[in-house]
Ligand binder design. Structure first.
Ligand code: OSB
Ligand code: MG
Length: 378
């Protein structure tokens, strides 16, 4: 096939999957559990011209944030998803997601391939991924997510460090027993910071009195207080509290976002590439929420550099008006798998890269050293 024909369509010749193990510098604890080491699936797609695209799966080590996890993703990619995209004439990266439509759910597994297709296509075209996606910002606003700590004093110390580093917004994780008391202490110490809480579905609608009490602390938003798959009870809750509800787990597609907007279940949405199935769906959500004047921001899933780079590219789309959870590599990793690592300025911003694709170099020797399994599907 001629080069011209290759430029018209995307033909994936091979998909190399790897699992890497990456220890976190500090444990990360949410209402559903504590993580100390990531088990991350990476995909390296190669086309007929030898151009490569990289994707990172955001699934956790167990089915606790969502029903996907490292081993389910691996099996789903090998058995079903990789064969659906290999050797196909993919019209463009924007169509990769629809090729995998016969598989229901498994959006994080799909996003691993889908995001890699976008990187590959942007590299083929010689443009930065963020431009290829239609992004407009040249720097993105950065916030941090701080997990549940062993003591409130440790939490306050961590917040101090991030505020001093310049991060534009602090998110703390909350759960029953680590909520109102903690928010009160944090507010006393930091009366003016942009502060929010993320419950990761730890509460029920019957806890409404607690959320009404939280209203006094002027939180920017309350993320996913109720069930992971709910949009109905969240609407009832939102009617009874002043703090804006932000949905994370509940929004898996543009349709979900549309339903949540119609029901007034939330005032803000957290967009995560893995949770929604990749850049195409994220773009649909961005358009839908922008048309409805619902602010959005980019969430994080303790990604290594490849996932982080994709998050930065997505965050350049116009609708991403609030600081995201995408922070510096050095907050999580002793050494990242990309070069240079993601850095955050003293103003709490990340400069968008100018080179083609995700715009960061892949540190292959580092990835090799971390790899615990590898499989190439052709
Ligand atoms: O709910 O946003 C969440 C991490 C793992 C699972 C779920 C969540 C998170 C975070 C971390 O809050 C954000 C980050 O990557 O820094
Ligand atoms: Mg969340």
């Amino acid at each position: 096939m001629s080069r011209e024909e290759h430029l018209l369509t995307l033909i994936i010749q091979s998909i190399e999957l790897r699992e890497i193990r990456l220890p976190l510098l500090h444990f990360f604890e949410t209402s559903f559990g504590r993580t100390t080491e990531r088990r991350i699936v990476l995909a390296r797609l190669t086309d007929a011209n030898g151009v490569e695209g990289w994707g990172e799966c955001t699934a956790g080590e167990g089915p606790f944030y969502s029903d996907e996890w490292t081993d389910s993703v691996w099996a789903t990619l090998v058995e079903f998803l990789a064969p659906m995209v290999l050797q196909q004439n993919i019209e463009s990266a924007a169509h990769a997601f629809s090729l995998m439509k016969p598989v229901r759910g498994h959006r994080m597994a799909k996003a691993t391939i889908e995001t890699a297709c976008w990187d590959l296509e942007a590299k083929s075209a010689g443009v930065p991924l963020w431009k290829h996606l239609g992004g407009t910002r040249t720097e993105v606003s950065s916030g941090v997510s701080i997990g549940i700590q062993d003591t409130p004093d440790i939490l306050l110390e961590k917040i101090r460090k991030e505020v001093d580093a310049g991060y534009q917004r602090i998110k703390i994780k909350i759960k029953p027993g680590w909520d109102i008391n903690i928010v009160e202490r944090v507010r006393k110490e930091f009366p003016d910071i942009r502060l929010m809480g993320d419950a990761n579905s730890a509460y029920k609608l019957s806890d409404v009195a607690l959320f009404q009490q939280l209203d006094q602390f002027n939180l920017m938003m309350l993320e996913q207080p109720l069930a992971h798959d709910d949009i109905f009870d969240h609407a009832t809750l939102q009617r009874q509290i002043k703090t804006p509800v932000c949905l994370d787990e509940s929004i898996r597609s543009a349709e979900d976002a549309s339903h949540a907007i119609s029901l007034e279940s939330c005032k803000i949405i957290n967009v995560k590439l893995g949770r929604v199935g990749g850049h195409s769906e994220a773009k649909r959500i961005e358009k839908m929420t922008r048309d409805n004047e619902i602010p959005i921001w980019c969430g994080g899933m303790l990604e290594s550099g490849i996932g982080r780079a994709h998050n930065i590219a997505m965050s350049t789309l116009a609708g991403f008006t609030l600081p995201g959870d995408v922070s510096a590599s050095a907050r999580y990793w002793e050494e990242d798998i990309i070069e240079p690592p993601v850095k955050v300025s003293p103003r709490g911003t990340i400069k968008v890269p100018e080179s083609p694709g995700i715009g960061f170099e892949i540190n292959l020797p580092r990835i090799d050293a971390l790899t615990v399994r590898k499989e190439t599907i052709k």
